[in-house]
Design a binder for this molecule. Structure first.
Ligand SMILES: Cc1cc2nc3c(=O)[nH]c(=O)nc-3n(C[C@H](O)[C@H](O)[C@H](O)COP(=O)(O)OP(=O)(O)OC[C@H]3O[C@@H](n4cnc5c(N)ncnc54)[C@H](O)[C@@H]3O)c2cc1C
Length: 394
């Protein structure tokens, strides 16, 4: 007699994407368990987390659907209504406004830890089985199920494994799925600063030859810096005193928000482009950074991951509707086909933008100034880009 299943689906990785996937799949009626090699998230402190996220409206909708959005402390979230982008080399501007897409805002700036915590609260209330501080060692796919091997010596038997275990995904490696991409040789420095001028609920981004610098609005009037710099330059900037660092950010941001003062510590994250060659294997699908890791210049990493989740839930629900095997190869292939093409297109587009703004050859500089000018004066093109970033059909 065959052993019964431990769950329909095991989600491996309880980051923002994995936790949302687990909740969304449970809401769709699947029996889900969630595992993570790390501990449960800690409650947010009064000081804002250094890691913030620009959440697109499509992401906020999904977080609302799984019961996390309403739990968030909205006094800590900042809606941004506009985005100002400009090129350091040519001075050409590109502005986006929420009115362009008949919306009240383009998105929200939220803290990672805060979002993780609210998801964790929703998970606790759902009664889902969670296994924390347990790493997955590998998996073996059979015709009807997969066996997950845990580092505590146990095995879980499930119909489908959802790999949400981040950019170094051990499940992706275990499955032998190669990735395409490159190392940017850059690190993104993050810090919070108090600006002299009001941020006006806008995201400000200046493209410099070494990488983009973004100042994202925070609910308390400060701005969150995400400054991508070549590795050596990042080390130099990280070693500056607070006063020198604030002055360097003010110069690099063209004093758009006036002088700045540092109000937090600093952290830096190495940047990579990485797209998995396959998003599905027998009894396994990849979501979030396990499937794709993108440059933060467009603030879309989690947003793409949450679009994977939405698509996965739709495909699996449809496939299982008539009592058929919801994780049959055809269903997983459908998910992989839809998400891989969309994610790869975005990932390589962000990469093209990074290369284009890093270029110093005169013809390329002129071409990008021409391109930005074209978009700035073509409302329909701008609307299309803004709708895409918001996760709406173009
Ligand atoms: C500087 C910076 C700024 C960014 N800004 C934005 C932004 O504005 N908007 C946006 O949308 N995105 C942004 N991103 C991208 C975003 O942070 C990532 O896309 C996102 O955090 C990925 O989430 P995830 O859940 O897929 O993976 P992760 O957050 O990496 O979670 C993976 C989880 O899997 C667990 N795990 C790993 N291995 C195992 C194992 N073997 N067994 C069990 N568990 C395991 C880990 O413990 C971890 O909890 C930014 C990224 C950077 C670096």
């Amino acid at each position: 007699m065959s052993r019964r299943m431990d769950a329909d689906i095991a989600v491996v990785g309880a980051g923002l994407v994995g936790a949302t996937a687990a909740l969304a799949l449970a809401c769709a009626g699947f029996e889900v368990c969630l595992l993570d090699a790390g501990p449960a998230p800690m409650a947010p402190s009064t000081e804002m987390d250094l890691r913030v996220l620009a959440l697109a409206p499509s992401s906020a909708r999904l977080l609302a659907d799984v019961g996390a959005w309403a739990r968030m402390d909205h006094a800590r979230i900042c809606a941004y209504e506009a985005m100002h982008v400009w090129d350091a080399e040519t001075g050409v501007d590109l502005d986006f406004d929420a009115r362009l897409i008949d919306a009240q805002c383009l998105g929200w700036i939220a803290e990672n830890r805060h979002a993780s915590w609210t998801l964790w609260q929703a998970l606790a209330e759902s009664g889902m089985r969670t296994f924390m501080d347990v790493a997955v060692r590998g998996y073996a796919a059979q015709d009807t199920h997969a066996a997950l091997e845990l580092d505590n010596g146990e095995y879980l038997r499930v119909r489908l494994v959802v790999a949400a275990d981040g950019r170094a995904s051990s499940l992706r490696q275990h499955a032998g799925i190669p990735v395409a991409g490159r190392d940017y040789g850059q690190r993104a420095i993050v810090a919070h600063l108090a600006p002299e001028r009001a941020h006006e609920h806008a995201a400000w981004q200046r493209f410099l030859p070494g990488g983009p610098l973004a100042l994202l609005p925070l609910a308390d009037g400060r701005v969150s810096l995400v400054w991508s710099l070549p590795d050596a330059e990042a080390s130099r900037v990280l070693a500056l005193s607070d006063a020198e660092f604030a002055a360097a950010v003010a110069v690099a941001s063209d004093y758009r928000l006036g002088a700045l003062s540092v109000t937090s510590g600093r952290a830096a994250f190495p940047l990579r482009l990485q797209v998995a060659q396959q998003f599905a294997m027998p009894r396994l699908v990849l979501v979030g950074d396990a499937a794709h890791t993108v440059h933060p210049l467009a603030g879309q990493g989690v947003n793409l991951g949450l679009r994977d989740v939405r698509e996965l839930v739709e495909v699996l629900s449809g496939a299982g509707a008539s009592g058929a095997d919801f994780a049959a190869p055809a269903a997983l292939a459908r998910y992989a086909r839809r998400r891989r093409s969309a994610d790869a297109l975005d990932a390589w587009s962000f990469d093209a933008i990074e290369r284009c703004f890093g270029a110093r050859a005169r013809p390329l500089v002129l071409a990008r100034a021409f391109g930005m000018g074209l978009v700035q004066h073509a409302p329909s093109l701008k609307r299309m880009l803004a709708r895409h970033a918001a996760g709406r059909p173009a």
